[in-house]
Design a protein around this ligand. Sequence first.
Ligand SMILES: [Fe+2]
Length: 287
Amino acid sequence: MSELTSALKPIPAMAGIGLRAEHYELIATEKPKCGWFEVHTENYFGNGGIPHHYLHRIRKDYPISFHGVGLSLGSVDPVNTKHLQRIKQLIAEYQPGLISEHLSWSSFNGVFTNDLLPFPLTTEFFNHFKDRVNSVQDFLEVSILVENPSTYLRFKHDEIPETDFLNDLAKQTGCGLLLDVNNVFVCATNHDFSAAEYIDNINIEHVKEIHLAGHTKNHFENGSILIDTHNTVVDDLVWSLYQCAIKRTGQIATLIEWDTDLPEFEILLNEASKAQNILDQVNVAAA
Ligand SMILES: [Fe+2]
């Protein structure tokens, strides 16, 4: 185990909330009851300033995880070592319990799309993605989690079921999986497959964190599609799917993600307490 890995402070198997700047002051001063907070790593790439002032204060009272949105893991561009170096510095500074990224790509020829884009699930891409995860973990000297994406299209030349891709990725690189239950629901609806079967097919021993978020339904001339908007409460059907998932995982770190149309913190706390109640019930059932 590397020095950095041993320095990480674990995330409890409890409900947490995505930390957003609008809630810094309330959290730092009122210290609400919440298991942990997740931050978008790239929001702390600058030195000093308000983000670091508050993150240091909040870190004293809560475990935190780093969730990256800009590493472009699936890209064929070279891995950005400056980006990785900054993440490594932040890991040393804040000792997050988990570090996660996405099964996606975001850049080509150095141009960033500012989006998490899908790629074809082929053996060729699996080997490419596996090499990228290995090189990132080697550089950071920690294991990362890779999150299943929300997608709106599929490639005709997909060869590997996404669950097999993720299971084999975890097995061959030692990375963990971040199971976003809302993303599973969004994809299952958009691509017409069983969300419950997807979760059953994930090798649960690799799952170290769950995400929950809200989505919206967008209507078009020829039908409708679910968009992973992170701007509303978790859908009832996603809560049901979450209950199925944690029957397999047992108690596990669970994050409420909310990124746009940010509500009062009270609403996020309410969503987190719903998740916590479900986690507690699993504990009771197991007992
Ligand atoms: Fe997520």
